[in-house]
Ligand binder design. Structure first.
Ligand code: IMP
Length: 426
């Protein structure tokens, strides 16, 4: 069962793109199963920076086919642009789009702004919530509709007119359904034959023994069911999302890699117990270059939270962890790690995902000694300072999961791969 899931264990931005890209060296397929252009995956390759919003980061590997699964919400105009940019950079991935993936159209982005979600939840403004709302409401447009232009035009007109009646907005009213349908149909015309039943494609590939990477977007704590609702995204970011968002049984996933930043960040609103609104937070932001790939917003920064990570481990059943950006912690005299919370007078070790409760939680920290050395050049675990090794062991022991990849910088080469990181995927 050579399938691997790469999932964010925190509030997103854990550098999943780098891990997927690393593993895609040996993969035949890489698959996105949730979210849309709210995601921003960066891969630094040979000094060049590639930013993905819709395509899986593994698409950069020659021979690795890309799938946009049914659980995604796809902005067709953004997709065409991203494919064009990749082509100009010399990459021409073989891409398949699920016919059941929902479409994000310009009016979804407008509706998101009008609804106040951008201001209230701190959403990315990419139309994600309204597109998933239409999906649940059974009024959405799907990629497969693009193959039936008459039907597509009818559905788009109905969908847009409804919003135009609901909202008092001149900008929304100025959108012409016919012109919009022309634009989308024309842009997607070269890709129409790539819109297909991707669940069947992937299951057949797995039957043949091909290797598949499922690349999660956002993180466990932003999951619509298990995250810090309502400060979440609108999709399933956890292992269950592979089943519902790609049509592949989670039983077929052999390795579940939890991607963990060595500290914690969050973009947008919502509770964040270990947040440091201090010089330390600023230092992590500066050293870790913690600004959003999609929106450019500064990320909120704080200490590693093992209470939240235990919760992520429970939900996803990680078989291993990728510990990212460990180099950012160099030079701090001591490192704090939350191992429990004090919440409304009680000591708790189970993560209370309910936002109102989490807001009242104070982290209880364990302090570990920091290291002074810069570690970006280390290529073996044994080359790391003993205190950095102890930090890794502390995380492993607390969560009961081995760390198979340690990342020490943005470039793909700045990674320590324990023997298991690749060999188990062969
Ligand atoms: P939405 O997904 O645009 O609806 O935003 C909902 C919440 O998820 C906001 O707090 C966003 O900042 C956050 N979010 C969405 N996508 C990402 C991501 O890729 N990384 C980190 N946070 C994200």
């Amino acid at each position: 069962m050579p399938a691997i899931a790469v999932l964010g264990a925190q509030w997103g931005d854990e550098s999943k793109g780098k891990v997927s890209h690393l593993l895609a060296a040996e993969a035949d397929w890489c698959v996105r199963f949730n979210g849309g252009t709210n995601a921003g995956h960066t891969v630094v390759l040979g000094g060049r920076v590639f930013k993905f919003h819709l395509l899986p980061a593994g698409s950069l590997r020659e021979g690795c086919k890309a799938v946009l699964g049914n659980g995604m919400v796809v902005d067709p105009l953004a997709l065409v642009k991203e494919l064009e940019e990749l082509k100009n950079a010399g990459c021409n991935p073989e891409v398949y789009i699920s016919a059941a993936a929902h479409l994000v159209l310009p009016h979804h982005r407008l509706v998101e702004r009008l609804s106040g979600a951008e201001a209230g939840i701190g959403t990315t403004g990419r139309g994600i919530g309204p597109a998933y709302r239409d999906k649940a409401d059974r009024t959405g447009l799907r990629a497969g509709d693009l193959r039936e232009p008459v039907l597509f035009r009818e559905r788009l007109e109905r969908n847009l007119r409804r919003e135009q009646e609901l909202w008092r907005s001149e900008e929304l009213k100025s959108l012409d359904p016919r012109r919009l349908a022309d634009e989308v149909l024309e842009a997607m015309e070269p890709w129409a034959d790539r819109i297909t039943n991707t669940a069947a494609l992937l299951n057949r590939a797995l039957d043949r023994g091909e290797r598949v990477i499922f690349e999660g977007a956002q993180g466990t704590l932003l999951d619509v069911d298990f995250g810090t609702y309502p400060y979440v995204t609108s999709s399933s970011t956890t292992i269950g999302g592979v089943g519902t968002g790609a049509g592949v049984s989670p039983r077929r996933v052999e390795r579940v890699i939890g991607v963990v930043k060595a500290y914690t960040t969050r973009v947008g609103e919502g509770p964040f117990p270990t947040e440091e609104r201090s010089a330390l937070g600023d230092r992590l932001r500066e050293r870790g270059r913690e600004w959003g790939v999609t929106t450019g917003r500064p990320r909120r920064c704080g200490w590693l939270d093992l209470v939240a990570l235990k919760y992520a481990q429970m939900l996803n059943g990680f078989t291993e962890l990728s510990l990212m950006k460990l180099d950012v912690l160099s030079g701090l005299p001591e490192l704090r790690v939350a191992t429990s919370y004090r919440c409304r007078g009680e000591l708790v070790s189970d993560f209370p995902a309910q936002a109102e409760l989490l807001r009242d939680c104070e982290p209880v920290y364990q302090t570990l000694p920091g290291w002074r050395e810069e570690i970006g050049g280390c290529r073996q675990l044994g080359e790391l300072p003993a205190r950095a090794q102890a930090y890794i062991s502390f995380v492993e022991e607390h969560l009961g999961v081995p760390v198979s990849i340690v990342s020490l910088g943005p470039g793909v080469e700045t990674s320590i791969l324990r023997a298991s990181a690749f060999s188990r995927s062969r």
